[in-house]
Ligand binder design. Structure first.
Ligand SMILES: Nc1ncnc2c1ncn2[C@@H]1O[C@H](COP(=O)(O)OP(=O)(O)OP(=O)(O)O)[C@@H](O)[C@H]1O
Length: 239
């Protein structure tokens, strides 16, 4: 089953075409990594998937439904969950309260109905020991975990991770990767934008490379990283 499909999607800001005729599909259970230089249009692509931006042309299909013109909040309820590059928790609420809020909003339910699910997500994201601590008191690693947990709490069929490994030490990065791998092993479909390549390639089954808004490669990570075009464009190597 296909969870997400983009068909010839384009988006411009003024004269700048930031997403240029992008097509790809993500089957259920797959983890897809997205790489590309700064300004290649990676975050814009996420915004087109979440509905924060609407495509100028092309079609976005989610779980078999055309969502191209569907607003962001409806897409959350349909199962598009997203973490942000800069964690955005409610600092004055506890970790558990943050999850309850995200779950109630994302699933359109009362907090009492989502408590058990949130407790399970705390376990899955290694946050159980911090459940009653204020979000504002967390270390960077735990803030990243909370960002992921809040996205999971909305009950996603598709989890979008935006540069979640940035700024961590190597040890912290490995701890976060272990958490992401565990979510993926449980069957979560993931699209992950990441500059920390070794973290990304240790999880994803496929890599998509963007450059100037265009898909310049999609395939197995080893094959993509070995491509001359990717090495020239993405890694800036002269080959
Ligand atoms: N709302 C907007 N209005 C105008 N231009 C925008 C808007 N959003 C993004 N852009 C421009 O679109 C281009 C792509 O930006 P985007 O953030 O999608 O790239 P990115 O690949 O995610 O970059 P990074 O790796 O630095 O996060 C950039 O030139 C950016 O300035």
């Amino acid at each position: 089953m296909t969870v997400l499909e983009l068909t010839n999607v384009s988006k411009s800001f003024g004269a700048l075409k930031v997403t240029d005729d992008v097509s790809f599909a993500v089957p259920k259970g797959q983890a897809l990594g997205i790489i590309g230089p700064n300004g290649a249009g990676k975050s814009t692509l996420f915004n087109l998937i979440t509905g924060n931006y609407l495509a100028d042309a092309g079609t976005v299909t989610f779980l078999g439904q055309d969502v191209t013109r569907v607003p962001a909040m409806t897409r959350v309820r349909m199962g598009v969950g997203r973490s942000f590059q800069i964690p955005q928790p409610f600092e004055g609420l506890t970790v558990f309260e943050n999850l309850l809020t995200a779950a109630a909003f994302g699933q359109g339910k009362r907090e009492a109905e989502v408590e058990a699910g949130c407790a399970a997500i705390l376990r899955d994201t290694e946050l159980l020991r911090r459940a009653n601590d204020l979000a504002g008191s967390l270390s960077l690693l735990d803030r990243k975990r909370l960002e992921m947990a809040r996205a999971m709490a909305t009950g996603p069929e598709l989890l979008l991770l935006d540069e979640i490994a940035g700024g961590l030490t190597e040890g912290e990065c490995q701890a976060l990767v272990a958490t992401i791998k565990a979510l993926h092993t449980k069957g979560t479909t993931i699209i992950w934008i990441e500059h920390v390549l070794h973290a990304l390639t240790s999880v994803v089954e496929r890599l998509l490379v963007l450059d100037f808004g265009k898909v310049i490669g999609i395939g197995a990570p080893a094959e993509i990283m070995a491509s001359r075009q990717v090495q020239e464009i993405y890694l800036g190597l002269e080959v």
